[in-house]
Design a protein around this ligand. Structure first.
Ligand code: AHM
Ligand code: MG
Length: 342
């Protein structure tokens, strides 16, 4: 009898990959597995978002007598709960929490890792059934090896990340992550409730034909960004311009599309917000790590994102991310008119 090869689940893949790290005792694997489980629970709630009117509005009590949480609060609580009870994480910094959360319990006494996360990014898209995402980033602690993590564990450059990933709640739900040895993508098969390896060793095209930026803010952009946008819109057969503009307004979804098809995403500095909108720790560093591992590039228009020294957990930074040649072209325009260089 002939047996067909079964799918590789996220759990199996994580275990197989542990052999890549001979000195690892499996803690990172367990941490990634915990994130995968929390993602499935959040996905279940995201899928029900359209039923909010029937099941109860946020802040109300639903028909089962349970209080209904806003989806971003639910996602935040779910990931915090999974990470703080899993035993591998000694502190969490979340975009949703003003202060980082030190984890002070018995199971986490010897935990080696801290996690930064944006539990539900693009949340303005929830009510209109457009893709949203979760972004996470994992660092090895720098503080003494016992007890809860401290601020110095979070103020590490992106180059120090040991793993990073995102979950996209889209037409299908995917988890994409890297531990610094390439990027792999898993699609959730709802019939078996497992993330299955669907996009092994993802590589981003060097060049693309999509640019993603909130062009409605054009008047607020510095000259370098305006000039680059004009370049994208110019007619030139040799470089397939004008490019296509695609902007979902969910960073994870825009990033994911550009990773697969080739393209550039920009959240630029503006005169009102010279550091842009996106957060270094929760959004830019993890996606920059994934981008580089897939062969693309991430800068703030001038500097490599992963080399920026964080001074605050909620620090913002401009983001130019995507196909290497496109990011380099945008950097050329920024260098010519370096206004708003931070
Ligand atoms: P959020 O973390 O509050 O959801 O904000 C981040 C989101 C990104 O997903 C998206 O790319 C960007 O904000 C859109 O911002 P804008 O509406 O200013 O273009
Ligand atoms: Mg966000």
């Amino acid at each position: 009898m002939e047996f067909k090869k079964m799918v590789t689940t996220l759990g199996q893949f994580i275990i197989e990959r542990q052999a890549d790290y001979p000195y690892s005792k499996g803690e990172l694997s367990r941490l990634l597995r915990d994130i995968g489980i929390a993602a499935k629970i959040v996905n279940r709630e995201v899928n029900k978002a359209g039923l909010a009117d029937i099941l109860g509005e946020a802040g109300e009590t639903n028909i089962q007598g349970e209080s209904v949480k806003k989806l971003d609060t639910f996602a935040n609580d779910q990931f915090i709960s999974a990470l703080s009870t899993g035993g591998e994480c000694c502190a969490i910094a979340s975009e949703e929490n003003e202060e980082f959360i030190p984890i002070d319990n018995l199971v986490s006494q010897n935990a080696k890792y801290v996690v930064c996360m944006d539990p539900l990014d693009g949340s303005s898209n929830i009510d209109v059934n457009v893709s949203i995402g979760t972004i996470f980033s994992i660092y090895r602690r720098k503080s003494k090896a016992v007890g809860p993590g401290t601020i110095e564990d979070f103020l590490q450059k992106g180059t120090e990340q040991v793993a990073a990933g995102y979950i996209i709640y889209g037409s299908s739900t995917m988890l994409v992550y890297t531990t610094g040895k390439g990027v792999n993508g898993f699609t959730l098969d709802p019939s078996i409730g497992e993330f299955c390896l669907s996009h092994p060793d993802m590589k981003a095209p060097n060049m693309g034909e999509i640019y993603s930026i909130n062009q409605g803010n054009f008047v607020h952009f510095p000259p370098g960004v305006k000039e680059y946008i004009k370049y994208c819109q110019d007619l030139d057969k040799d470089t397939n311009r004008p490019y296509t503009l695609r902007y979902i307004g969910s960073l994870v979804a825009d990033f994911h599309r550009n990773l697969i098809k080739g393209g550039i995403y920009i959240y630029p500095p503006t005169y009102k917000s010279p550091n842009g909108k996106l957060r270094l720790l929760y959004e830019c560093n993890p996606l920059a790590f994934i981008a580089e591992q897939a062969g693309s590039k991430a800068t703030d228009g001038f500097r490599r994102i992963l080399e920026i020294e964080p001074t605050d957990i909620h620090q913002r930074v401009p983001l130019f991310i995507g196909s290497t040649e496109m990011v380099e072209k945008a950097e050329d325009y920024m260098a010519k008119q370096p206004e708003l260089q931070s």
